[in-house]
Design a protein around this ligand. Structure first.
Ligand SMILES: [Zn+2]
Length: 455
């Protein structure tokens, strides 16, 4: 069989992996939006293969850089099943609809190409098929797979494929995005056994998480410094799915336990409510702490001072609110979404703190703030940066170099022949490779986009 990395090759976004068996059966793993390859404007519009020739799509998780181009694949003729876990399927409906709205807005401003509309989203939703973790699913004669907990966001899965070809059995594993062990709400990742080839993410391949404090300690410190002592506002950019819930869950616990005064919290993300409801609905997919809390409290995220911003009136209420507050708003890298308004309005306010809690790809607004730029351009205006810029990796949804190495060590590598590094910056991949033991290192391949490998 042949493996080709068609996305997230030597970069983080645009995950798309093609596996073509000798008998022609074709499996696509993930089909995400590429936010980085700006040299190729058509990269998301046109596929480098014929979508009609793909038999099945297996999706690791709902994040848009893994799932966001699926309705376009359907638009261009893909008719097979889209297989994912149940929480992923529920999240997809919301995320794809949101993606259409973003595309429509951007197209109106003539800033980008419209990839698909609500019609294609509906068709893609009709093609969804859900299965749970550790259930063997037969795709075709001699081809089966199962999902393993990836520990990244709710419902995220690694994919373990078992393929028989020419009388030989090969086991291929795709990690998808794996999580940071011990994350809020999310179960830890489980490595896949008996692999011959592993395709693994390497997002933080050359970084070590610096935060030694717990999420509770970080939020107490940030909220006290900004909201209690300065009467200012704390802005936390966060993706609607995952980090927003980790932050809200931690805040709820701190308020309930009386460790923070009941400061108003605005969750300003079009998907925050839907995504939080899906976490409550599928709380049995979450870790023990979350399941116990759900049992005792009935809900993981509701608290008295929480204001979910849903309509224009809510936005107005939030804008008129002058007291100390916390704003959790999407998106995480500060590229697009409602967070831009908050940054634009408050980056010149010295009483404001912006706490960046996740990975920011180079060139994004988040990365510019972290680099310490004194002037940023936002929504067509230059703004001085007077707000305090903070960073924490305590809510990180990816393992660092130690976590990744641990994942490899805990895996059963006795049959492993090839390890492909994807979903990371090239420098991070080489740094990670250097730290691995020589035997594992010898198996590592860093594929370029479109390179074909025999497995
Ligand atoms: Zn992800």
């Amino acid at each position: 069989m042949k493996y080709t990395c068609w996305g997230a090759a030597k970069q983080v976004t645009g995950s798309m992996h093609l596996l073509k068996l000798e008998n022609g059966y074709t499996i696509l793993i993930d089909c995400g939006i590429d936010y980085e390859d700006k040299s190729n404007k058509e990269i998301n519009s046109n596929f480098p293969f014929d979508p009609k020739t793909v038999n099945v799509l297996i999706l690791t998780h709902a994040h848009i850089d893994h799932s966001g181009n699926i309705p376009n694949l359907v638009k261009q003729g893909f008719k097979g099943e889209i297989i994912c876990t149940e929480p992923t399927a529920f999240l997809l409906e919301k995320l794809w609809a949101d993606s259409v709205n973003i595309q429509n807005n951007a197209t109106n401003r003539k800033k980008s190409v419209r990839l698909y509309g609500f019609h294609e989203v509906k068709k893609a939703v009709d093609q969804l098929l859900t299965i749970g973790y550790h259930k063997d699913f037969e795709l075709s004669n001699g081809v089966s797979f199962s999902f393993y907990e990836a520990g990244h966001i709710i419902g995220a899965a690694s994919v373990r494929l078992v393929i028989e070809e020419n009388g030989k059995q090969k086991v291929i594993g795709f990690t998808g995005d794996i999580g940071n062990p011990g994350s809020k709400l999310i179960v830890d990742s489980k490595p896949m056994p008996g692999l011959h080839a592993l395709i693994t993410e390497t997002t933080y391949g050359n970084r070590k998480h610096k935060e030694t404090r717990s999420p509770e300690e970080v939020l107490i410190e940030q909220v006290t410094a900004t909201c209690v002592k300065q009467d200012g506002r704390l802005i936390i950019p966060a993706f609607s799915v995952g980090r927003t819930q980790a932050v809200l869950f931690t805040l709820k616990k701190l308020f309930n336990e009386g460790k923070l005064p009941p400061i108003r919290v605005f969750a300003d993300s079009p998907l925050a409510l839907a995504s939080s409801n899906i976490h409550n609905k599928f709380s049995h997919y979450l870790n023990d702490e979350a399941q116990l809390y759900k049992k005792e409290e009935g809900s993981l995220f509701d608290f008295k001072s929480l204001h979910i911003v849903e309509d224009k009136d809510d936005v107005e209420d939030m804008e008129l609110y002058r007291e100390a507050c916390i704003i959790v708003s999407s998106a995480g890298m500060l590229e697009g979404g409602r967070i831009q308004q908050h940054i634009g309005d408050h980056v010149q306010n010295p009483m404001c703190s912006i706490m960046i809690a996740g990975f920011c790809s180079p060139g994004t607004l988040g990365a510019q703030l972290l680099e310490g730029k004194s002037i940023i351009r936002i929504k067509g205006h230059d703004k001085y940066v007077y707000a305090k810029i903070g960073q924490t990796d305590v809510f990180s949804a990816h393992p660092d170099i130690v976590g990744l190495t641990d994942y490899f060590v805990k895996s059963d590598n006795s049959e492993l022949q090839k390890v492909f590094f994807v979903h990371g910056e090239e420098a991070a991949m080489y740094d990670l490779k250097e730290t691995l033991d020589p035997e594992f290192q010898g198996k590592v391949i860093i594929p370029s986009r479109g390179e074909e490998w025999t497995l």
